[in-house]
Design a protein around this ligand. Structure first.
Ligand SMILES: Nc1ncnc2c1ncn2[C@@H]1O[C@H](COP(=O)(O)OP(=O)(O)OP(=O)(O)O)[C@@H](O)[C@H]1O
Length: 255
């Protein structure tokens, strides 16, 4: 599926009456890869879940657009059909559904063998999805799943966490291949990637980085520079980054 721009306009995300994110404005152009940084509990996974349309995360203000289509009122399956795909941080086990069966349902049999081999999952095609998989195997399966689904825009929730040092390069290389980072911009997939370690920056062409603190996007800028700043100074506002939102970072952290 071809990449399309994903646009978030002034969105607020809540679970029941509890607001988790507010004033989020973000545009990921077709074929672009954006990186999302932020401390634990800042709302990164909630943001990805709300974009994907997963309950209980509700968009209570603003709009999410995929290409020309407004998607924030659509159920998760409709969003998937329009080209959104997500590699989950903690996906469920699917008893009775094998990797091979899902590949067949997605009409992706032809892609299965090579992609599974690249992710060292060739022996897993007959197994039920995530049943008895180790933490690292689950993460590799989530990337393989996106290879089968071929979405136009991929959301990755900490794809490296729990992956050992030998497999981490394979995960990074597979993500780069999935996103088409050796292809022209028109042939690439778009992506929004949550990372704490920054490992993915060695493997994909990241176009933009964003910092999320206390449920608000506070700044954006060059992803490598932003990551180096976070390593040196924590989740503080870099003087060179474009500031977003209406209050200062210190004010936001104090809230
Ligand atoms: N279903 C929910 N009900 C109530 N609160 C929730 C729910 N989901 C998330 N939260 C809260 O929202 C806040 C943000 O959680 P989220 O998982 O999005 O953070 P995160 O930035 O992804 O953190 P981490 O880096 O630790 O994975 C947390 O305080 C969390 O407890």
């Amino acid at each position: 599926m071809l990449a399309q721009p994903l646009v978030l306009v002034d969105i607020e995300i809540a679970v029941g009456s509890h607001v988790l994110l507010r004033d989020v404005n973000l545009t990921i152009g077709a074929g672009e890869t954006h990186i999302l940084f932020g401390p634990n509990g800042s709302g990164k996974s909630s943001l990805l879940s709300a974009i994907m349309g997963l309950p209980p995360y509700q968009v209570t203000h603003g709009e999410i657009r995929l290409g020309d289509e407004r998607i924030d009122h659509l159920p998760v399956d409709a969003r998937a059909r329009l080209g959104l795909g997500m590699a989950f941080q903690r996906p469920p086990a699917l008893d009775g559904v094998t990797v091979k069966a899902l590949a067949q349902a997605l009409e992706a049999d032809a892609r299965l063998a090579d992609a599974a081999a690249a992710l060292d999952l060739a022996d897993f095609v007959g197994r039920d999805i995530n049943v008895g998989f180790s933490g690292g195997e689950i993460k590799r399966w989530e990337i393989l799943k996106l290879f089968l689904q071929h979405p136009g825009i991929c959301l990755f929730d900490e794809p490296e966490s729990g992956v050992d040092l030998e497999h981490i390069a394979a995960v990074g290389a597979a993500m780069g291949q999935l996103l088409g980072h050796d292809a022209s911009l028109a042939e690439r997939r778009s992506a929004l990637i949550i990372t704490h370690t920054g490992f993915i920056l060695d493997h994909v062409r990241a176009d933009m980085g964003h910092m999320l603190v206390n449920g608000e996007l506070v700044c954006s800028g060059d992803p490598r520079r932003l990551f180096e700043h976070i390593k040196a100074h924590g989740y503080t506002l870099p003087p060179w980054a474009s500031r977003l939102g209406s209050v200062t970072l210190d004010e936001r952290i104090a809230q």
